[in-house]
Design a protein around this ligand. Structure first.
Ligand code: BES
Ligand code: MN
Ligand code: MN
Length: 449
């Protein structure tokens, strides 16, 4: 495809509001799965189809015509996060707009743009040569952003249908605009709701205030008990299994070109960076567990004043996990800490929504080395190896059920506004990403001397 047609294809992909967490978008999810299957067919892949199951369809396609050559399993996701707050978008989230070198839309970088990089790299090689230098499978999912389990179930039950030498995950970021980056580790996650009840129903705050418990106050007390003011998690046992990064990793991170003050002011836009004071920044965001609250519901939040003591409050909480924390054990620890912190007269329950362990990759893998070389060649700079604080559950799933290592080649940028208003993709990276993936396949398929 020429660049103009390719850009139109990307825009069509981005116009579909495939928000996996909102049930009213189910028709868009299906439309997007079909669209993705069309992209795979258009690239020349075979056996393309949707894999149905409990949850949103997976999209599969393969081309396995070069026996003796390696097989790669390409992964991306066609679902996106909700776009709110809508008022903060400069152009509507599902009406992609190119401004300068960027294309703005929900899903531009996470993950439709990057998924299209993989597909287009294959399409270009097919169009040019009528064949590929290596074997490929594509598995593109539609519920990464909502923690759905369809993909894990499928991988666990059909390992032979996905056999590959390495998985290529295109869903991460570059460390800086000119620095090709391999992601070497991700944090895991536990996401759930803390549900707190006090009275049978809401009570007049004047008539009963002073005599009865308040569910929102109880939620606040519990949350503040779980993490101290220095950002240290106060959940007994929670950090016991945390494995520090290796000395080599820590040393490599020290050499990354980085301006912490710029990160604070421009990227994060905060007045002060917080977190465990004795721990360096990269270790805090890549290799330490976190505890965050995402939203609290309860009581009265409308305009004006209403004097009520809420009987029910719900907080959405998540913890990021690092090697070697175990999700099951960590949930038990969170639950125990919640009970211990729950004030008199309140009852608290933690309902888990989804969970996944952290992952780290072995950078000595030849599949990672070849990816780094291909990226270096295209971007003209040495490839850096960094971890990311985000989570991509499939990496652990491929490792566990297929024993397949993952290569995380990402082309997003730190200022892409993932999950936030004005998400964008830097278009030069889109095109260089395609070149890099194409070079990667060519390298892996080259006769070994
Ligand atoms: N692509 C992101 C994860 C990511 C972002 C990795 C930036 C590296 C750099 C992925 O789509 C994501 O957002 N994952 C969720 C986890 C999921 C289980 C809800 C996350 O990290 O919050
Ligand atoms: Mn993603
Ligand atoms: Mn995401």
């Amino acid at each position: 495809m020429d660049n103009a047609a390719l850009l139109e294809t990307l825009k069509d992909f981005l116009r579909i509001p495939s928000i996996s967490t909102l049930p009213e978008h189910q028709p868009d999810i299906r439309r997007c799965a079909e669209f993705t299957a069309g992209l795979l067919r258009g690239a020349g892949l075979e056996n393309v189809g949707l894999i149905e199951g409990q949850g949103n369809p997976l999209v599969y396609g393969d081309w396995l015509q070069v026996p003796g050559k390696p097989t790669l399993l390409f992964y991306g996701h066609y679902d996106v996060q909700p776009p709110d707050p809508l008022a903060e978008w400069l152009s509507p989230p599902f009406e992609p707009e190119v401004r300068g070198d960027n294309i703005y839309a929900r899903g531009a970088a996470d993950d439709k743009g990057l998924t299209l990089i993989l597909i287009e790299a294959v399409a270009q090689l097919m169009a040019r040569d009528g064949r590929l230098p290596v074997n490929v499978r594509f598995l593109i999912e539609g519920e990464e952003e909502s923690g759905g389990e369809h993909i894990e179930h499928f991988v666990a039950t059909h390992p032979e249908a996905l056999s590959a030498d390495a998985a290529v995950i295109c869903d991460t970021e570059m460390f800086a605009p000119e620095l090709p980056t391999i992601c070497t580790g991700l944090r895991g996650i536990l996401y759930g709701e803390l549900v707190v009840r006090t009275a049978r129903q809401d009570l007049h705050s004047g008539v009963y205030g002073g005599a009865v418990p308040n569910a929102l106050m109880a939620v606040a007390e519990i949350i503040t008990a779980l993490k101290d003011r220095d950002g240290r998690i106060r959940i007994p046992g929670f950090s016991d299994r945390v494995r520090r990064p290796t000395a080599e990793e820590l040393a490599a991170w020290q050499t990354l070109p980085f301006d912490e003050e710029k990160y604070r002011a421009e990227e994060a836009g905060v007045s002060e960076l917080t977190g465990e004071p004795e721990t360096p920044l990269f270790e805090r965001i890549w290799a330490r567990p976190t505890l965050e609250v995402h939203g609290i519901r309860g009581g009265f939040t409308g305009e004006g004043a209403k004097t009520v003591i809420p009987a029910l409050a719900v907080a959405k909480l998540s913890a990021r996990l690092v090697p070697d924390q175990q999700p099951e054990e960590a949930v038990d620890q969170i639950r125990a800490a919640i009970q211990a912190a729950c004030p008199r007269g309140a009852s608290a329950e933690f309902r888990l929504i989804h969970g996944a362990p952290a992952s780290v990759v072995d950078t000595s893998s030849p599949y990672i080395r070849a990816a780094a070389e291909a990226m270096t060649e295209v971007f003209g700079n040495p490839t850096v190896y960094v971890r990311s604080g985000g989570s991509i559950p499939i990496v652990g799933v491929f490792q566990k059920h297929l024993r397949t290592p993952s290569v995380m080649m990402g082309f997003g940028l730190p200022d892409d506004n993932l999950h936030a208003p004005n998400e964008k993709l830097f278009l030069p990276n889109f095109y260089r990403g395609i070149d890099a993936v194409r070079r990667y396949l060519e390298r892996l398929g080259a006769p070994t001397s």
